[in-house]
Design a protein around this ligand. Structure first.
Ligand code: MN
Length: 344
């Protein structure tokens, strides 16, 4: 039997809300599809964060979030051999609910990306691709086609199923960007697929008085509505461009119940709470504590970072490669539908 999904991480994982538990489940009908390639879990750096109580800002009586820990992504390959960094892997799915995965890709060596991601299925969640450099062509079973290039965003809701390809349209030069996997609530996992290309010029953005340019891919920031809004996950996706020169501060309102993270892809950022600061170096993810009502980030020197937050779904997460559902039975149904040509 031919399956074209062998390049995914084909181990079923179940994330429960008992702590950060993650168990591997061997589902015998699928075990034979396991290609033996597994993605190593994200490396956790021992961040030395002083344990001090949240500090009140005397002017507003509010507190800002502190750094919980730093995570450095792991080099891996996916698709037909695309080299990338898996920043959020499935051991963080529970902690960062509703986020399932964050990949950063970036290389000027064609061999690292040229084979792309040939036809493969998805079910049960959304993928958000943000291209910084290069060109990627998308084609899917719903008849959508789009070319992603510098600064463009593609938002795809797989819902009950799509089969698509994501292929580079360049043979040399720098290709870089991100792919985020955002979960869908149980009630929407079998919704019809949805797709939108957002050209860079249409991504809402503003510049703060301090000179921070904020691209609002999803959610709301300082009165600017992002390109996409989601009721269940309340997703916030910002790309922050700090000015050259001295450090300035950017503040974002965030409910304490929302899980939040910042990924620094150029320069370095300080997470600021009162007098306390914690540095987040380049290519590190900062998981932010669930506390306070905002986050304060300080940076300069042209630093760039993603700020992501969302309302946790608090539902069981069962993943098998490109399918993310709530139960093993739903995963088996997805496999059956894919094999029988009913997925998309
Ligand atoms: Mn895909």
């Amino acid at each position: 039997m031919s399956t074209e999904i062998g390049f995914f991480q084909m181990r079923m994982t179940v994330s429960t809300d008992q702590g950060q538990a993650l168990q591997a489940v061997d589902v015998s009908p699928m075990a034979r599809l396991d290609n033996g390639r597994r993605v190593r879990s994200a490396d956790t750096l021992g961040a030395k964060i002083p344990r001090i109580p949240p500090q009140k800002d005397p002017m507003t009586q509010t507190t800002s979030r502190r750094l919980e820990r730093l995570v450095r992504g792991q080099a891996t390959s996916d698709g037909a051999g695309v080299k990338l960094t898996r920043v959020v892997a499935n051991d963080l799915q529970q902690r960062l609910d509703p986020f399932l995965m964050l990949d950063a890709f970036g290389s000027d060596k064609a061999g690292d990306y040229i084979a792309g991601f040939p036809d493969h299925p998805h079910r049960g969640f959304e993928t958000v691709t943000y291209m910084l450099h290069g060109r990627m062509r998308h084609r899917d079973s719903a008849g959508n086609e789009g070319l992603l290039k510098n600064g463009d965003v593609q938002w795809m809701t797989a819902g009950r199923g799509v089969i698509h390809s994501e292929m580079p349209e360049q043979e040399e030069g720098l290709m870089s960007g991100f792919q985020l996997w955002l979960n869908l609530p149980a009630k929407d996992k079998m919704c019809p697929p949805w797709y939108r290309d957002i050209p860079s010029a249409q991504v809402p953005q503003f510049t703060t008085e301090q000179g921070v340019t904020v691209r609002v891919i999803a959610g709301h920031s300082h009165g600017t509505d992002g390109s996409v809004q989601r009721d269940a996950t309340q997703v916030l996706y910002l790309d922050l461009h700090f000015p050259e020169g001295e450090n300035v501060t950017f503040e974002q309102a965030l409910p304490s119940t929302h899980n939040a993270m910042a990924y620094v892809y150029q320069g370095s950022v300080d997470v600021v709470c009162g007098e306390d600061t914690a540095a987040v170096p380049t290519h590190h993810l900062a998981i932010l504590r669930n506390e306070g009502d905002h986050v304060r980030l300080s940076a300069g020197q042209g630093t760039r970072a993603l700020l992501l937050a969302g309302q946790p779904l608090r539902e069981p997460i069962v993943q098998y490669g490109p399918f993310v559902m709530n139960t093993k039975e739903q995963i088996i149904a997805a496999m059956d539908d894919y094999r029988a040509g009913r997925l998309a």
